[in-house]
Design a binder for this molecule. Structure first.
Ligand code: AMP
Length: 279
């Protein structure tokens, strides 16, 4: 595996490649990230990863400062995965003109609901880093996790805005979970033993919704799902059922819509998100 810090060096190396899969990450890699790499390895001649903790997408200073960093382990895991290029850029390399006065992306209503509502500015930060990384790597396929359901939609929007010819295909990969159902996440590393135990409630609550959504009215179902979280000492920011195509909140069951249940909740100080497609 070739490690690079400079965007233009990577660009030069990729110039002659015509089958590139790209997996952008913020590091602290786990099996969820590696599932994206594995998929990319199958579908492309060359797989490129990036590890970059993007300051622009953090709306809480403490969350940024305490984001887990395990770079040596990450390098080892990627080396073993068969990834060919790893970009480890500095903030200056990603944002050469600085992070103030950057233009805004027109992300529409997606930016102000669910995660967007609770994390102001987050998706603009995501849009900036994705745009910049795509510009450097110019992949044939971009691999992202359904774990970040709303982020997948934002990235699709960024691709529509910045890549109108559609030369990059977006590949959305299923959520990888721990044996007890907890969605793998870099932030899980910050949970203490008690919080880790509580965090199971997110997937438990989503599974409950999935089992009941055809038979229980949604307001009642969402109350019960919230109760599962609260009973386990997890504080929900939101529990919602939405249209999986546009994330519009759906008030009642309709079998002609693709539905997804989404949760954001805190176990102790650690904010976690998860979702489950329902039908
Ligand atoms: P992150 O390092 O959290 O920015 O994640 C990098 C990529 O890995 C994103 O596309 C995530 O959606 C994806 N990802 C994170 N956790 C999981 C998981 N448990 N299963 C599948 N993909 C994931």
């Amino acid at each position: 595996m070739i490690l690079l810090k400079k965007a233009n060096e990577l660009r030069r190396m990729l110039e002659s490649e015509n089958s590139i899969g790209f997996v952008p990450t913020m590091g602290a890699l786990h099996a969820g990230h590696l599932s994206l790499v594995e998929r990319s390895m199958i579908e492309n001649k060359v797989t490129v990863c990036s590890v970059f903790i993007n300051p622009l997408q953090f709306n809480e200073k403490l969350d940024f400062e305490q984001y887990p960093v395990t770079i040596e382990k990450d390098i080892m895991l990627l080396e073993n995965s068969g990834c060919k290029y790893l970009l480890l850029p500095t903030v200056q390399e990603i944002y050469p003109t600085g992070i103030d006065n950057l233009p805004r992306y027109e992300l529409g209503g997606l930016e102000t609901i669910l995660e967007g509502k609770f994390r102001p500015g987050h998706f603009q930060g995501v849009a900036h880093v994705v745009h910049r990384l795509l510009d450097i790597v110019r992949p044939n396929r971009l691999y992202v996790g359904e774990k970040d359901f709303q982020q997948c939609m934002i990235i699709r929007k960024v691709l529509d805005i910045t890549n109108p010819g559609g030369s990059t295909e977006l590949v959305i990969c299923p959520t990888v979970r721990e044996p007890d159902g907890l969605a793998m996440s870099s932030r899980n590393a910050r949970l203490n033993e008690e919080e880790r135990e509580k965090a199971r409630a997110l997937s438990e609550s989503l599974s409950y919704i999935k089992n009941q959504f055809r038979s229980t009215p949604f307001p009642e179902l969402l109350r019960q799902a919230q109760n599962i979280l609260e009973k386990n000492g997890v504080k929900p920011d939101y529990v919602e059922i939405a249209d999986a195509d546009n994330l519009e909140i759906v008030p009642a069951y309709a079998d002609n819509r693709r539905l997804v249940a989404l949760i954001a909740a805190r176990a102790g100080d650690i904010r976690l998100i998860d979702n489950m497609p329902l039908n």
